[in-house]
Design a protein around this ligand. Structure first.
Ligand code: SUG
Length: 465
């Protein structure tokens, strides 16, 4: 059986916990993410924030039901009025919103964006077995490649500091400077490979461009969001073992086909790497190097499920989000692949899934015990699948207990959150609704109540930028 089935980590106390962001009450389709084809395609359509939040919560509840520790991250307070004031809009809150709506609706949409829902972009996380001081390290992503996402780190850093406040166990770094050469998108471009969770892992950083060499290979159509220099800086800060750290360039053709993050084209879990043939530049050499390093470190074979473009084209990979699945080891040692519903609707993805399950890409060894497809359409319409919605945080028992706030999902929190969503979330939002200050008032009231439910400070809604 493959390495991915090890259940011994549950006994050793190290478990990969899933931190999903709750979708915020202002979830909308503003078409803000250039290079993300789903976001562009759904621009200006009506969204349903209530359904979006319920879909995300159902996924979390499903994961928790498998005995995988599941925590929630709250939405960030939106609209970010402090930011609009920083850009020169003034007066009462209502005046700021109306003035921004009349002047530049895209700026207002950025201030309203619920994009922190994609927790895979919240931070890069290096767990304690990998770091030289034995603490878990987190670097909130600066997300400086797009305006609406660049607002997140300002609020994400204090949020992560509140949750991971225990400095004996955790170290939260500031985001990297928001410079063109240092754009960082967090865990969406990072994965970890090790046969068992408690062993020092191979941390694989995938970058889209060299930040300091404009002559180097780059995509032509869409932006490469992660630079090599950003990835290297994160690895240095986290105190990683150089021999176990890899930096690999994403295939520029993939980015131009809509693969704006590496997690749209590959995913790793324990000793398994599920990857499309066109994920990396010089892929055969990259995979050889990875296999060799893995074998040298652990004396075991890395299981690589490499899906040929002839089975699943890049376009179908982007359409189905098959690689944006979550791979989870349940409490009873089963390995489950959690895919978006869209995988059922793209024929090539369905066929690939069947072949994967049968072990066709892994020398006959079945990499998964089960596949579960989930309806995440509201998030998918903005380019966010199951893996985008979660941040993986590998914690032992002591570290789990050190996490602050009532954020571990259990039946009581699940029901409280359901009621809270139903009470506060609109069922429809269109771009023009953002101009109505009443939406801001409702959203802030919702978040103030959430603060009481989860016992995590969410910051002053009128805080200066
Ligand atoms: O950055 N979409 C996000 C989706 C992020 C998905 N995350 C991962 N792959 N890990 C993005 O492109 C759309 C917002 C809008 O258009 O309103 C957006 O930001």
């Amino acid at each position: 059986m493959s390495d991915t089935r090890s259940g011994t980590d549950f006994e050793a106390g190290f478990v990969e916990c899933q931190f999903d962001s709750l979708v915020g009450p202002t979830h909308n389709y503003a078409g803000l993410a250039f290079g993300n084809v789903a976001s562009e395609r759904h621009r200006a359509q009506a969204s349903n924030p209530r359904l979006a939040a319920r879909q995300g919560l159902e996924k979390m509840w499903q994961v928790a039901s498998w005995g995988v520790p599941q925590a929630i991250l709250p939405p960030l307070v939106r609209p970010q009025l402090g930011w609009l004031r920083h850009l020169g809009f003034s007066g009462s809150n209502a005046e700021v919103i109306r003035h921004a709506a009349a002047t530049d609706p895209a700026l207002l949409a950025a201030a309203y964006s619920a994009s922190s829902m994609w927790a895979a972009n919240a931070a890069t996380v290096s767990p304690s077995p990998d770091t030289n001081d034995g603490r878990l390290h987190l670097t909130p992503a600066n997300l400086a490649s797009s305006l609406h996402r660049s607002l997140e780190s300002h609020d994400m850093e204090p949020l992560l500091r509140a949750i991971f406040a225990d400095e004996t166990n955790f170290c939260v770094h500031p985001p990297l400077p928001a410079a063109v050469a240092l754009t960082d998108e967090g865990a969406a471009n990072h994965t970890r490979l090790a046969p068992e969770f408690h062993l020092p892992g191979i941390e694989l950083f995938v970058f889209g461009r060299h930040g300091l060499d404009s002559q180097s290979l780059q995509p032509r159509r869409y932006p490469a969001r992660q630079t090599l220099q950003a990835s290297q800086a994160v690895a240095r800060r986290h105190g990683l073992n150089e021999a176990l750290t890899c930096f690999v360039q994403q295939n520029p053709a993939g980015i131009d086909a809509g693969v704006f993050h590496n997690d749209v084209i590959s995913v790793g879990h324990l000793g398994l790497l599920l990857v499309h043939e066109d994920a990396f530049l010089d892929q055969p050499q990259v995979l050889d190097r990875l296999r060799e390093r893995y074998e040298r470190q652990y004396d075991r074979t890395l299981s690589v499920a490499e899906i040929p473009a002839a089975s699943l084209s890049l376009a179908d990979a982007v359409q189905s989000y098959l690689f944006n699945s979550q791979i989870l080891t349940t409490a009873d040692g089963k390995v489950v692949l959690v895919c978006p519903h869209e995988c059922d609707n793209v024929l090539a993805a369905r066929e690939t899934m069947d072949r994967l399950l049968a072990g066709e890409f892994t020398k006959g060894e079945r990499p998964f015990d089960a596949v579960k497809t989930m309806d995440l359409r509201q998030s998918m319409n903005n380019g966010g699948g199951p893996a985008c919605l979660r941040l993986r945080v590998l914690l032992n028992q002591k570290q789990r207990e050190a996490v602050r706030g009532r954020i571990w999902l259990n039946a009581s929190l699940y029901h409280d959150l359901q009621a809270w969503i139903d009470c506060h979330y609109p069922e429809q939002l269109e771009p023009m609704d953002l101009a109505d200050p009443e939406l801001a008032v409702r959203s802030w009231a919702a978040l103030q109540e959430l603060e009481q439910i989860i016992e995590v400070p969410l910051g002053n809604v009128n805080a200066k930028w």
